[in-house]
Design a protein around this ligand. Structure first.
Ligand code: SF4
Length: 511
């Protein structure tokens, strides 16, 4: 029954566009008065029918026109009409952003509708506008309504896409669509660059229904019971045909029939590689990232008080450097939340590695939880290694000149450091990191360090985001409800985190 809908896509008769992109079929069609008249009539009918249906739950609606709709004022009118309805959670539309943004925002303002109910999906067309023009419009709109933007991931064009990202407000999610004919032919380099820009890019590849785990492709998700299409989510066409989704085009009923029972159906499609379709598959990583606005590709933002970030491999890249995109994201985050390091590095090493971003941080957990400091609160604490442990160091270890120490400013020992091989021969209680082993107070750990700073600041656990990349970060991921494993972490580490994102993606989820 359509009354069970939680989300409805609508596509009218419109099939013309004000742009002339060479790759797009709609650009070839000239707008005609008859087309517009039919489209307008169909849209009014759709909106009036929505008003009359008694849905079981509040619904969201998404206009996905074949062509540019926002240049036609009756679409703004329809958006306002639907946004005014209590039953409508939000209303969204796909657009090339060529419409007059000031006039649109003024109309919304004048109508008195809640702007939070309006969401835009902006597509960038590089042959029609410059990245500066497009992002200026997107940034202006995003100051008042939620928006995501994106473009087709053209093979070998990662640098141009990064250019777009450069001008875009860091909190606007930049998605990438797979180029239809190339989805199975991207090089591994393309794949990794596109994933770096849009962490959900692998979903664009045609592997979802096959459970494929091929290298460079999305780990498969199970299909079947797990698709919401035709059960909670429906695609309505201008003539009222109800389809399960944009890819499964077998009508299962008609929106304008008084008989609202829908046919049951099975999906026989081999592919499910268009966002409007695969976002209906119940995948946990997408659900976590997009939350209630999953159908319209807008990430769910949360209010955090502080972010704790690991250094090696998390803030730094494979060359041990902090990239300019990471710096830009941290500058943005610094204005919103408190930033802390949480690292196995001693404070001096961390300061040296993170020189360019050091002033953005309020303090941190250093030497793997043996040294905590909050510069702003003026608090500092060390976890000293008990004397008895030091007294038990075997003679051969003391003499091997492989042993080194981390010390507090008063010369107290915080950690013993040995090559891994030597450590395992001596005792247990070691913390391993790469080729080194650390012996520290059993009360000292990254998790306890974060907890100490959390208590100094009276933060609740759910107000914190912890970010890391290694096994050493897993206890933190388990202890805090919101965690991020960066994309270069191993699958085992990523599996433990709530999100899988890079630092530059963090502004997407920050309120
Ligand atoms: S094509 Fe994909 S989203 Fe559409 S019904 Fe089939 S499995 Fe579901």
């Amino acid at each position: 029954m359509i009354e069970n809908a939680k989300h409805i896509y609508y596509r009218g008769v419109l099939s013309s566009c004000n742009y002339t992109c060479y790759y797009c079929p709609f650009a070839k069609k000239k707008t005609s008065a008859m087309e517009i008249e039919r489209d307008k009539k169909a849209l009014i009918r759709f909106c009036n029918t929505i008003e009359n249906i008694l849905f079981k739950e509040r619904i969201s609606i998404f206009f996905t026109p074949y062509g540019e709709a926002m240049i036609h004022p009756y679409y703004t009118k329809a958006i306002i009409q639907l946004a005014k309805l209590e039953k409508v959670r939000f209303i969204s539309i796909q657009t090339n952003l060529s419409f007059d943004a000031d006039e649109f925002l003024e109309n919304i303002e004048r109508s008195g509708v809640n702007k939070e109910k309006i969401k835009l999906w902006g597509s960038y067309h590089p042959t029609m506008v410059s990245p500066e023009q497009f992002t200026k419009k997107a940034n202006e709109l995003s100051s008042q309504v939620d928006i995501c933007v994106g473009m087709v991931a053209l093979s070998g064009k990662a640098q141009e896409i990064r250019e777009l990202k450069k001008y875009l407000s860091p909190d606007i999610y930049l998605w990438l669509n797979g180029e239809a004919k190339r989805k199975t032919r991207y090089s591994l380099e393309d794949l990794s660059q596109f994933k770096e820009i849009d962490p959900f890019f692998p979903f664009e590849l045609n592997t979802l229904r096959r459970g494929c785990t091929e290298e460079g492709k999305q780990e498969g998700i199970i299909f079947g019971e797990l698709c919401r299409s035709g059960k909670q989510s429906f695609f309505v066409e201008a003539n009222g045909d109800i389809l399960p989704c944009h890819m499964n085009k077998r009508p299962i009923g008609n929106f304008y029939d008084s008989e609202k029972n829908l046919k049951s159906f099975e999906c026989h499609r081999k592919l499910c590689d268009c966002y409007l379709a695969y976002s209906n598959l119940k995948d946990i990583s997408m659900s976590r990232f997009f939350g209630n606005t999953l159908p319209v590709r807008i990430p769910q933002k949360r209010k955090y008080e502080a972010i704790f970030l690991d250094v090696d491999g998390t803030l730094t890249d494979s060359n041990g450097k902090i990239s300019s995109s990471t710096e830009k994201a941290l500058e943005y985050l610094h204005d919103k939340v408190k930033l802390y390091f949480v690292t196995a590095l001693p404070i001096d090493n961390a300061r040296k590695k993170c020189k360019s971003i050091w002033p953005l941080f309020q303090g941190g957990i250093f030497s793997n939880g043996t040294h905590m400091v909050d510069f702003q609160l003026g608090k500092e604490e060390f976890k000293i290694l008990p004397k008895e442990t030091l007294e038990k160091i075997p003679e051969e270890i003391l003499k091997c000149n492989k042993l080194s120490f981390d010390q507090s400013p008063l010369g107290e020992t915080l950690r013993l450091i040995l090559p891994k091989k030597w450590a395992t021969e001596w005792s247990t209680h070691w913390v391993f990191d790469g080729s080194k082993a650390y012996r520290q107070s059993i009360e000292a750990s990254k998790t306890n360090g974060v907890d100490m700073i959390r208590q100094w600041n009276f933060f609740e656990k759910e107000q914190l985001l912890v970010v890391g990349n290694s096994h050493n970060d897993i206890p933190l991921f388990r202890d805090y409800p919101y965690s991020v494993a960066v994309l270069n972490a191993s699958a085992g580490v990523r599996k433990e985190a709530y999100y899988q994102l890079n630092i530059k993606h963090l502004p997407y989820i920050m309120d």
